[in-house]
Ligand binder design. Sequence first.
Ligand SMILES: Nc1ncnc2c1ncn2[C@@H]1O[C@H](COP(=O)(O)OP(=O)(O)OP(=O)(O)O)[C@@H](O)[C@H]1O
Length: 275
Amino acid sequence: MIEFENVSKHYADGTMAVENFSLTIPARKTTVFVGSSGCGKTTLLRMINRMVDPSSGSIRIDEQEISTKPAVALRRSIGYVMQNSGLLPHFTVAENIATVPRLEGQSRKASRVRALELMETVGLPASMADRYPHQLSGGQQQRVGVARGLASDPNILLMDEPFGAVDPIVRAELQQELIRLQQDLGKTIVFVTHDIDEAFLLGDQVVILAAGAQKLQVGSPSEIIENPANDFVASFIGTDRGARALSVKHTPHGMVLVDSQGRTQGRLIEDGSSS
Ligand SMILES: Nc1ncnc2c1ncn2[C@@H]1O[C@H](COP(=O)(O)OP(=O)(O)OP(=O)(O)O)[C@@H](O)[C@H]1O
């Protein structure tokens, strides 16, 4: 469990990135921070592994205040995956994945074995182990980034817009892979995105943020869709339009659900849920 209590962060130039933020992030679930550009998502994420230190307030992991822990050791014990994979261009795939185990003193051989294992976990063929990042597609690079984030078998995995730079088809594949991985691994995942569909797909807990990391709503996707906190949230999540604004239409064959463009999205079946 990760707890933020009254956390603020202002940068040296006076930017108030995070203002008095409190939240409990449950263990072994996926929590998604979603909000528009500049609202403080990345700052929140980076405070968890002390890449950024808060100006005030307290952050605890399993009830231990993280400011008392050495920053480097903390950072290595937490997986981190970023948007452009952050791979080292002159390291091979296997070497990139094994960076943290090597830093932690594992032998070259043992860390290569671990890297090959992780490649399988994230769906990369072992034959790619000795390629360099520029010899991979964007989606493959992101898989390597995820494997690297998992290399030290961390309890916590931080993911900062990890699928933001790949095309929609690959993105959908990577999202499904992450859902599968999370079912197997049960990590505490904190995921940043500005895409509400991605947030609802991946998040057990979704945190909708506005400037200064102000919490507009925190809840499961169902809770938020069923009862948006205000008009801004309703509009942000799109319950007023498109595929999230469904209405019932009577047809000679029964009731169907149509979206705001009039396209039929499903059939209403007897117990009241849509097919
Ligand atoms: N090192 C820094 N120095 C000064 N201001 C910063 C720094 N890093 C971030 N900021 C500012 O803090 C605010 C929050 O930034 P942050 O990167 O956390 O937002 P974000 O929600 O992740 O944005 P994006 O979705 O665009 O990545 C922004 O106004 C940003 O310009």
